[in-house]
Ligand binder design. Sequence first.
Ligand SMILES: Cc1ncc(COP(=O)(O)O)c(C=O)c1O
Length: 409
Amino acid sequence: MQSTRRKLVVEGGESIVDFDIKAFKPIPQAGIDLAVQAMQAGVMYRYQPKTNVASITANFEKAFAEHMGVKHAVGTNSCGSAMFIALNIADVQPGDKILTNAFTFHAVPSVIEHARAVPVLVESNREWGMDAEDLDRKATESGAKVLLMSYMRGHVPDMDAVMAVVKKHDLMFIEDCAHAYETNWNGQRLGTFGEIGCFSTQSSKGLSAGEGGLFITNNDEYAAKAVLYAGSYERLWKKHFDLDHDMMNMLQNQIPGYSMRMQEVTAAMLTPQIARLAEIKAVHVANWNLLHSLIADHPNIEIPPALPQVDSFCDTMQFHLVGLSREDADRFIDVAKQEGVPMQIFGVDRNARDFRQWEYVEAHKDELKETIANIEFAVDLSLQPHLTQDNIRTLAQVLTEVLAYVNGE
Ligand SMILES: Cc1ncc(COP(=O)(O)O)c(C=O)c1O
């Protein structure tokens, strides 16, 4: 076919991408001001303020709990810490089996390893959610009592089917919502299906502060324990809102403190971001839909539809490359990167989202055929909210042109 497209960088042309697709959200000025005030006053430690009312972290926790419609939120220094605390609350013992996704980021199996437990990896389906049938099978085979389920890249499985398995096996259900801010199943927020929901505030996430995490629950005892595990000692728990003081007095010295607290500066950066989540989601959804409309019909691109019950945050897009050899898929990534569109394929060497890279996990890796098929040619694209609709059109043009190049057109 005669090519009419512009010359790509690899052909001696120039990139048309004049934006940084990988840039993260800046901190809103109100968050910067609050953080600077805390730093200028030398009050960075969350328990330094005299009362809960004066604590930026305590107020941020309260606001996030209200936002999520739950009783308690506890700030931590990462989502990994929140999940580790959750496994401790689940009374996980060394050698216990924990059901989790084969398709997720390595932070998740790492937390299970941190608790000296053993991940049982559950298959994913074509749209990258956990496969409820395999979950049922693995729950039966392993006898595991805990499910740590990740909504990797915001992909949501059939929650009715998952909840039926949770009920059938009486599993303690912990949700990893690092990628699932503002995400609903049939109108219910993810993070409120299980006993405990865990969120990340690392830079690429919906709430973004460099590092940080949140633990949410409706269970008073779990909240009390989370505060203590995170590193509240003596009677510092008085500087939280909504804790049962009798329970705190009782648990006070029974629970070790792992020094996983959130700090005031982190909470300050995050405080004004909660109210902006809906606005940011609207940008993500508009951009995602536009990009979808521009590339979904391409013969080399397959974007599996989410289930109709799912309402996602849409801050990233994944698509399967179809009809390309491994070599051509790698060339697609390489040429797109030279155009200024860095992307990753999940199922390639050194990607921490490919379970075959997790050498510390021994479990049945060669059996996870579905997940291997679902990550082998799965491209991962970050769509942060600074991208304009024009940027999205440019992105679609570049993807289409690079595919044409790879196809020799
Ligand atoms: C799916 C998933 N879960 C959990 C985490 C852990 O988050 P954190 O870095 O806050 O510990 C990450 C980190 O990116 C992640 O991608």
